[in-house]
Design a protein around this ligand. Structure first.
Ligand code: G4P
Length: 526
């Protein structure tokens, strides 16, 4: 095996996603403990922005500092090099999470056993499904009272629209929780509520082994055998390739807080989760083993230091070896660029690196050259496809409050949009600029950053809109007629494409039925 191939096969790059409070931070921390990247529990600060802090932007800034540090957490586990990509917990930053999902090779979903599938998990799963990303599900908080495991599995299937296959099975739940039977490795893992201690494993031949009765008692042993019979009857045997195709999600049960079931999850994960795979660029499929480097920017993080307006662009290496100080082509501008201080993220530290391999994430200091989705190559014309922008959900007019700073405001808005903070539309009727977001917080972020990074002042004016959707038609005349009829509600996006601003669901529905020749799109790629 060449060095490149062997480096690629070691890489596991993934994200943990969940609804806030299901246990993502706790699970991340326990994985880092196993990887030796941290030594005590509590070392990982949650980057989640608490609901109570919604209007306290200073607090968010502080927390954003933490989230830079924890954006990517790399560590070694056995022969594997693992990269966990962190995603913001707050739903107002959901777009950030969607984009992060374009840079991972697989995903672990955390679900709270009492709450089941919650709204944000459903949305994130949709993105995984769009990209056929393999997912493993961890049902968490088994030490608390919760729902029947069969119920949870049914709900996972119907709500997340994916087949599931339990690879471990809980023995009771809540106060009576005794542990899990590890279907994948055929062992009984006994639960001891202890935040630091690792699971105790009882090796058994099969469930009829007398050790089972001895260890968990006859009643629970019988129930376990019954449950397992049902499991084996209902769910087809686990098949790794079906998982890799994103068609079935293996499920583990455990308690992240008690470090229970976490090592088992990790051991199975490194074995079955994919290393970087070929990626479809616009021009062709790119194989990670190809010698020439290529990668794309999936996230841009503003610097915390307001005195110089630099950012970090996060690049996922897709093929070849990335080398410090080599010349790479920035596809959008056509310019050659050299990076003297690329950083890698290991064990929660940022260090300058000389080389990086497919699956790795590197941070490149940037002063406004990069846009989300930009591709870097050794010269070949390649464009990686990002994730489309989704139609925003909240809209406001942005107005300049300081006429002396118009230039600064325009520049600031442009750059923030390049970072993917929100979407900008220009109303064709009145020429006013509209900012579209998925949550209220983003308006605060924009206002604060325009002031602190660009010295520009903006104010928001209300705009009641239901949705902005991209429109097109093969029929020029129909398009013209639509635009004439809706001229007050037409805008263009930053690429000059037509966008219809519907002020209610009813209006949108009527427009769709009155203009059958017009296609309405709710994501920016069509
Ligand atoms: P998140 O990142 O998905 O938002 O969740 P996080 O890990 O912060 O966990 C949310 C809460 O659930 C935390 O409690 C955490 O301690 C708790 N938790 C996580 N895993 C388990 C588990 O297996 N069992 C039980 N019983 N609780 C669990 P908190 O009170 O909100 O925070 P903290 O004060 O304990 O940090």
């Amino acid at each position: 095996m060449s060095n490149l191939t062997s480096e690629i096969s070691k890489r596991r790059t993934f994200a943990i996603i969940s609804h806030p409070d299901a246990g993502k931070t706790t699970l991340t921390e326990k994985l880092l403990l196993f990887g030796g990247a941290i030594h005590v529990a509590g070392a990982v600060k949650s980057n989640k922005i608490r609901k109570t802090a919604t209007s306290d932007w200073m607090e968010i800034e502080k927390q954003r500092g933490i989230s830079v540090a924890t954006s990517v957490m790399g560590f070694n586990y056995g022969d594997y090099k693992i990269n966990i990509l962190d995603t913001p917990g707050h739903q107002d930053f959901a777009e950030d999470t969607y984009r992060t999902l374009t840079a991972v090779d697989s995903v672990i979903i955390v679900v709270d056993v009492a709450k089941g599938v919650e709204q944000q998990t459903r949305k994130l799963m949709e993105v995984c499904r769009m990209r056929n990303t393999p997912v493993i599900i961890f049902v968490n908080k088994l030490d608390r009272e919760g729902r029947d495991p069969f119920d949870i599995l049914d709900e996972l299937e119907s709500e997340l629209k994916i087949n599931v296959r339990p690879l471990s099975w809980p023995i009771n739940i809540g106060a009576k929780f005794k542990g899990v039977y590890n279907i994948y490795e055929h062992g009984l893992d006994l639960f001891q509520p202890d935040k630091q201690k690792v699971t105790e494993r009882v090796e058994i031949k099969d469930l009829n082994d007398p050790l089972v009765n001895e260890t968990i008692g006859e009643t629970d042993a019988n129930k376990l055998r019954e449950d397992l019979e049902l499991v084996e009857g209902v769910y087809p045997e686990f098949d790794v390739n079906t998982y890799l195709d994103g068609k079935v999600a293996p499920v583990f049960f455990g308690s992240a807080l008690n470090t229970f079931g976490v090592k088992e999850l990790l051991d199975c994960f490194v074995r079955i989760a994919p290393s970087p795979r070929p990626i479809q660029a616009e021009e062709r499929v790119v194989n990670p083993e190809e010698e020439a480097f290529s990668g794309f920017v999936f996230k841009i993080h503003a610097n915390m230091d307001p005195n110089h307006r630099s950012c970090i662009a996060f690049v996922k290496v897709c093929s070849g070896v990335f080398r410090r100080n080599a010349n790479y082509k920035h596809m959008r501008s056509g310019k050659l660029m050299k990076f003297s201080a690329p950083t890698a993220f290991m064990a929660q530290k940022k260090d300058v690196v000389d080389e990086a391999y497919p699956g790795d994430i590197i941070g490149i200091p940037d002063t406004g050259n990069f846009k989300i989705g930009d591709t870097l190559t050794e010269g070949e014309d390649l464009h990686y496809k990002g994730l489309p922008s989704f139609s925003p959900e909240m809209f406001k007019y942005i107005e300049n409050s300081d006429p002396m700073k118009t230039k600064q405001l325009n520049k600031g808005v442009e750059q923030l949009m390049d970072e993917g903070v929100a979407q900008l539309f220009v109303n064709q009727f009145n020429g006013r600029k509209i900012i579209g977001t998925v949550g209220q917080l983003q308006f605060e972020v924009i206002q604060y950053r325009l002031l602190h990074e660009y010295g520009a002042q903006c104010r928001w004016e209300p705009l009641r809109l239901y949705k902005a959707c991209w429109i097109e038609s093969d029929d020029e005349a129909a398009l013209k007629a639509f635009k004439a009829r809706k001229h007050q509600f037409m805008a263009v996006d930053r690429d000059g494409r037509d966008v219809f601003l519907a002020d209610s669901g009813y209006v949108l529905q009527m427009a769709q039925s009155d203009f059958p020749k017009i296609k309405f799109h709710f994501t920016s790629e069509f």
